[in-house]
Design a protein. Structure first.
Length: 485
């Protein structure tokens, strides 16, 4: 067992800053959309692509970039992706037309998607045992905070920089942060030997990319009637993913390096259930931000900043609990995600009830407690699930495994954002603001309840395995098969 890198915590902090920035860009822009629409004098559908194009490109880049990082070295991949992200942020901020803004956002999304799997893979590579859980705790806190503070930061920037050109600063803010992160990353992230074979499976990239694109495009276009117009892409996507699985099995059988080793899903303990848990959880977790923003801003006439502040209790709760969760996951294992998901279901259901029954004037204060509870629970879902899902994955596959886990989360968030918004608008037309937001949040709670069922099943299986082996509840990962490959 080689000595852990002495600079690993510093290296982690740099990768987290970069990860924070790329994830913040998913939610920060949604606040600025009305201002972009006025600034570039464009249609709602044109502006929609500024958000959804980023999300789409992000989702497409994850697995191929994770595999590339495994093949050519994670440090190199991280620096390349971060450089791209900073450059394209600058181009997005300076874009004179909607078309150029959307193009810059697509490129920025690809760069961010290439950055993300390097984060979890570097944690796999630099940390072992209980330390790894703590590192993933910080990683989870970053995911939770960046998603939740996006609306607040966006509202603040718009308030400071003015409504007309303020949206440009939403992108420009990445330049100084990114430049500092680049310098530090070049100094602190350790050089590693690239994988044995630098071969990247291009047919696999095409099949997986096509499948993910076909599944996400109708969802991303949902507001512009994409579900009715593009529904036929769902079976196409399913067929492409089935072809992808068949092709990857063939690649493995010929002893070549696959894009995503399908044996991860069948042979690696806890991986398949962790990916499905993450996907289903993100359906509920990601969709609530848009719905709450619509309710507070369009329904109650709040400013972007007020609307962002109203959901801050969730951010604070999840940030605090994610850091603690990183320490608890080694002791509690899957039980932690079960407790966390229970709290999220309760919190979201309570938020739905409060918004249905409380007079709108006091809605902001009334949702603080249930959102705080949901946030605390949420902090015990994302990072512990990442730790538990990746704990038995060999380090040489860490990039593509982490990429696939996050691809599931991105598809989940696309389904959630489209689906919950659709429920909101449908109920809104029939019976008004309060029933609409309550129905959408109720649906989110149901999605999280499905994730809870998966977690309970996995927890019981862990306990059965542990009882059979006569071991404690959560055993240390076995990394013996990671080195001699």
């Amino acid at each position: 067992m080689d000595e852990p890198d002495p600079r690993r915590w510093k290296a982690l902090s740099v990768t987290l800053v970069a990860g924070f920035m790329s994830l913040l860009d998913v939610s920060i822009v949604s606040v600025a959309l009305p201002s972009i629409q006025r600034g570039l004098d464009t249609s709602p559908a044109g502006v929609q692509w500024v958000v959804s194009g980023y999300a789409l490109a992000f989702g497409l880049a994850l697995v191929p970039a994770g595999r590339l990082g495994d093949a050519i070295g994670r440090r190199r991949m991280f620096l390349l992706a971060l450089t791209g992200f900073v450059v394209f942020s600058g181009l997005a901020g300076a874009a004179p037309t909607t078309e150029l803004l959307v193009a810059a956002r697509l490129a920025q999304g690809f760069a961010a998607g290439a950055l993300a799997p390097q984060n979890s893979a570097l944690i796999q590579q630099l940390f072992r045992g209980a330390e790894r859980g703590r590192a993933f705790g910080w990683f989870g806190a970053t995911v939770g905070i960046s998603t939740a503070v996006g609306p607040v930061v966006g509202g603040l920037i718009l308030a400071l920089a003015g409504d007309a050109e303020g949206w440009r600063w939403v992108f420009f803010v990445n330049l100084p942060i990114g430049a500092v992160a680049l310098v530090l990353a070049a100094r602190l992230i350790p050089r590693t030997e690239p994988g044995e074979r630098g071969h990247v499976d291009l047919p696999g990239v095409a099949l997986l990319g096509g499948g993910v694109l076909a599944l996400m495009l109708p969802l991303v276009e949902a507001e512009a009637g994409g579900l009715t117009r593009l529904w036929w892409l769902f079976p196409v996507g399913a067929a492409l993913l089935a072809a992808f699985v068949w092709w990857e099995r063939r690649v493995v059988a010929r002893d070549r390096e696959p894009l995503l080793d399908i044996r991860l899903l069948t042979g690696t303990a806890g991986y398949a259930s962790g990916v499905s848990l993450g996907t289903v959880y993100f359906i509920g977790f990601s969709g609530i931000w848009l719905v709450l923003a619509l309710f507070f801003q369009n329904g109650l006439g709040w400013t972007p900043l007020q609307s962002g502040l109203a959901v801050t209790p969730f951010a604070l709760g999840s940030a605090a609990s994610a850091v603690v969760g990183g320490r608890l996951v080694a002791r509690l294992g899957r039980r932690l995600t079960v407790i966390g998901l229970g709290a999220v279901v309760t919190g979201l259901a309570a938020t739905a009830l409060v918004l249905l029954l409380v007079p709108p004037a006091s809605a902001g204060w009334a949702v603080a407690a249930p959102l705080l509870l949901a946030g605390v629970g949420g902090g015990w879902v994302i990072s512990p699930n990442t730790t538990m899902t990746l704990r038995s994955v060999p380090v040489r596959m860490a990039g593509s495994a982490g990429g696939a886990l996050q691809t599931g989360q991105r598809i989940g968030s696309a389904i959630g954002t489209a689906g919950l918004a659709a429920i909101f608008y449908t109920v809104l037309a029939a019976s008004g603001q309060q029933p609409a937001v309550a129905a959408a949040l109720g649906a989110a709670a149901l999605a999280v309840a499905v994730a809870l069922v998966i977690a309970v099943g996995e927890w019981r299986r862990d306990r059965a395995t542990a009882a059979g082996a006569g071991a404690p509840d959560a055993e240390a990962p076995d990394l013996s098969h990671a080195h001699h490959h």
